[in-house]
Design a protein around this ligand. Structure first.
Ligand SMILES: [Ca+2]
Length: 315
């Protein structure tokens, strides 16, 4: 379990599929229209940064990459588009098969209705029936959140969507390249200026005192519409904040240090994948991972109320 990424579900999947159908009012928002893409010409690029904030995550290891040309969707996959996918394919997400999903307890009407999560992250709770169309549990709905990013998405759900829609999950080097939007080694998609809790609010993260008091100065306590915040120089929205984004790659720190080797063994054993971008739960005081170089390891069958994705495309 990690601070602002949801917990894993290893070995806890239900033996039988516990499914509840997508509600009619959610099916009604279905819209398969793909978003605009930004085109990147490839060539020399890099992952990591010369100015790491969390070097233990491996973000300070600056590596050069040579990229092929690619395109990236400018926005996260929305509830409307995911509803169209489910309508067309009958896909049942991992969270639906488990019968529960991890929810930030501060989003619940009664945070004490679910037990605090373990592992030092009591702000998470396992909510029965929480899934992509009911992000905070059965009493909630995405029917009025058509243009918000889909959440409660596990890695295989994202891959299944890509197989239907066309496109794929990004390589980490592609994601970081797209997030920089033409800048050399910026901390954020807009440059180096640090968001504050009052005046400079360029992305959907947490403001206030985590986890108990979210001032919502940026206007959003949970997810936000995928174009609510300004894009970076390459036209990419939400490359910091809103929801975490799956990449195609396993989590791995490229270092021979003993600590990195142990971390990699742990990640390999658990089947952890790399997520990027941070979420509406990130804050500089606790989970300072809404930076471009930041990295989060998440078990592939996990994906709670702040886990989504976007598609990249070969050209
Ligand atoms: Ca927010």
């Amino acid at each position: 379990m990690s601070c602002c990424g949801s917990t894993d579900r290893i070995g806890q999947i239900a033996g039988t599929e516990k499914t509840t159908a997508m509600p009619a009012d959610v099916a009604a928002i279905a819209d398969p229209t793909p978003p605009s893409r930004s085109r990147f010409m490839g060539g020399r690029s890099h992952t990591g940064t010369r100015n790491p904030a969390l070097p233990q995550d491996g973000e300070g290891i600056l590596r050069e990459h040579r990229l092929k040309p690619f395109e990236a969707e400018q926005v996260l996959v929305t509830n409307a588009r995911f509803a169209a996918f489910v309508k067309a394919t009958g896909h049942v997400t991992v969270a639906e098969r488990f019968g529960w999903g991890m929810v930030f307890r501060g989003l619940l009407d009664d945070p004490n209705s679910v037990a605090p999560g373990g592992g030092g992250t009591p702000w998470w709770g396992a909510v029965d029936g929480a899934c992509w169309f009911a992000p905070e549990g059965p009493a909630s709905s995405v029917a009025k959140r058509a243009d918000h990013p889909v959440t409660h998405i596990a890695w295989e759900d994202a891959r299944a969507f890509a197989a239907w829609a066309g496109g794929r999950l990004p390589l980490k080097a592609e994601w970081e390249h797209a997030a920089r939007g033409g800048l050399a080694d910026p901390r954020f998609p807009w440059g180096d200026r640090e968001p504050d809790d009052t005046d400079f609010l360029p992305c959907n993260i947490f403001q206030g005192r985590f986890p108990g008091h979210n001032s919502r100065a940026d206007g959003w306590e949970s997810t936000s519409p995928v174009t609510a915040f300004a894009p970076n120089g390459a036209g990419m929205h939400d490359m910091a904040g809103n929801v975490w984004e799956w990449t195609a790659e396993p989590f791995r720190i490229r270092s021979a240090a003993a600590g990195a080797r142990a971390r990699n063994d742990h990640a390999r054993a658990r089947g952890e994948k790399l997520m990027k971008g941070g979420s509406f739960l990130c804050h500089i005081s606790y989970c300072y991972r809404y930076r471009i170089a930041a990295r989060l390891a998440v078990v592939a069958d996990s994906g709670g109320c702040n886990a989504g994705f976007r598609l990249f495309h070969d050209i």
